[in-house]
Design a protein around this ligand. Structure first.
Ligand code: MEV
Length: 339
C-alpha cells in the first residue's frame, strides 16, 4: 500500500428511459448516466477494522470482510447498501498480496465514507453507483490496476450476488457514463450518440423499491400467464426500438407517446403503484409529453419528458413529492487521490 491519505471515487447513477423489466428477458433497453453521483472515500484507520458511514442516510457499521458479516445498529432499509460495499471490498481485498499472509497486526483497517446524491432504492441506480465507486476507490487504495471493463463486470457480479437478478445496464452506465442502447438478443451495450439534453424531471415516492422482488414478481406473472405476458414483453421491445429512432431524430411527440405506452405496459406487468400513477398523470396534466415509471417500479421514481414545460412540471411534482431535473452525464467513474 502506498502513502495515501485519502482516495475518493465518484460514479454516476442512471435512468432507464425504455425497456425496464423486458430487458431481463433479452429485450432491448435505452438508458443513460445522470448527473447524480455516489462518492466513496477511503482513508486509513489506526486499528484493523473496516468502518462504513453512509453520510446522508445516517447509516453506518463495521464490516468483517473475511466472514462476510455486517455489524450495524441501524435498522433502516438503506442499510442494505452495506452489502454491496462489503462484497466489493472483499473482491478487491482478495486480490491483494496481503490477503493470504496477513497476521492480525498486519491487517490494516479503513474508514469508508459514502455520499450518495440520489435517493436510494429509487430506480436511479444508487447501488450500482456505490458498487462501482467502491471497486474503483478500493483498487486505487490497494494499488491494483483495474480496467474499466473489469470494474463493470465485477460490479455486475456484486449486484447479481446481492440482489439475485440484474441486467448489466446500471453497472455499465456507472462505469462508463453516457447513453446506451442495450441490443435485443445479444444484449450488447451500444453507445447512443445523444447530443442534446433531454428536458427530464424525476419525481420519487418515499416508498423504496426492491429490484430483486419486483423482477421476481414479473417472472411469476410470466410463468402464470405466458400467453398474456409474453406479448407485453414483445410490445415493450417494439416500443424501445421505435423510441431509439424517435430519440435520434428528436421527434418529441413520438418520444412522449412511446413513454406513455411503455408506462401502460409496465402497469400491466404489475409494477405500478397508486403513488407512481398519480405522479405520472400529474406530470402529463402539467404538459409533459410523456411520463412513466423508471427502473423497477413498486415505489421508486417516475420520469417525465417535458419540452418547454420543465418548470411547470417540476413545480407541480415538487409540491407533492421530492422532484428534481436530471442531465445526461458523459463521464464514467473517476478517482482522486489526496496524498
Ligand atoms: C431496474 O433498474 C431495472 C430492471 O429492468 C432490472 C434490471 O434491468 O436489472 C427492473
Amino acid at each position: 500500500m502506498g502513502d495515501f491519505i485519502q482516495v475518493t471515487a465518484s460514479a454516476p447513477g442512471k435512468v432507464i428511459l425504455f425497456g425496464e423489466h423486458a430487458v431481463v428477458y433479452g429485450k432491448p433497453a435505452i438508458a443513460f448516466a445522470v448527473n447524480k453521483l455516489a462518492h466513496v472515500t477511503i482513508t486509513d484507520r489506526t486499528d484493523s477494522k473496516v468502518h462504513v458511514e453512509l453520510t446522508r442516510l445516517g447509516v453506518g457499521g463495521f464490516l468483517d470482510l473475511e466472514n462476510e458479516t455486517i455489524e450495524s445498529h441501524d435498522n433502516k432499509p438503506s442499510k442494505g447498501m452495506l452489502k454491496y460495499i462489503l462484497k466489493a471490498l472483499k473482491i478487491i481485498k482478495g486480490r491483494t498480496e496481503f490477503s493470504q499472509s496477513e497476521t492480525p497486526s498486519q491487517k490494516k483497517g479503513m474508514d469508508v465514507t459514502v455520499d450518495i446524491e440520489m435517493p436510494v432504492a429509487s430506480g436511479l441506480g444508487s447501488s450500482a453507483a456505490v458498487t462501482v465507486a467502491t471497486l474503483a476507490a478500493a483498487s486505487k487504495y490497494y494499488e491494483i490496476d483495474l480496467e474499466a471493463e473489469e470494474i463493470a463486470s465485477l460490479a455486475h457480479q456484486v449486484e447479481l450476488e446481492v440482489q439475485g437478478a440484474a441486467s448489466p445496464i446500471d453497472t455499465a452506465l456507472s462505469t462508463y457514463g453516457g447513453a446506451i442502447y442495450l441490443t435485443q438478443n445479444a444484449q450488447e451495450l451500444v453507445k447512443l450518440p445523444l447530443d442534446w439534453d433531454l428536458p427530464l424531471v424525476i419525481a420519487h415516492t418515499k416508498r423504496e423499491s426492491n429490484t430483486g422482488e419486483l423482477v421476481g414478481s414479473v417472472r411469476c406473472k410470466l410463468e402464470t400467464y405466458p400467453s398474456i405476458i409474453n406479448p407485453l414483453l414483445d410490445s415493450i421491445e417494439q416500443v424501445t426500438i421505435e423510441a431509439q429512432r424517435a430519440l435520434l431524430s428528436r421527434d418529441d411527440n413520438r418520444l412522449g407517446e412511446l413513454m406513455n405506452i411503455n408506462h401502460g405496459l409496465l402497469d400491466a406487468l404489475g409494477v405500478n403503484t397508486p403513488e407512481l400513477s398519480r405522479m405520472v398523470y400529474m406530470a402529463r396534466q402539467k404538459g409533459a409529453l410523456g411520463s412513466k415509471i423508471t427502473g423497477a417500479g413498486g415505489g421508486g421514481s417516475i420520469i417525465a419528458y417535458c419540452p418547454e414545460k420543465m418548470d411547470e412540471v417540476l413545480h407541480e411534482l415538487e409540491s407533492k413529492e421530492q422532484a428534481f431535473t436530471i442531465k445526461l452525464y458523459d463521464k464514467g467513474v473517476t478517482c482522486k487521490v489526496v496524498e
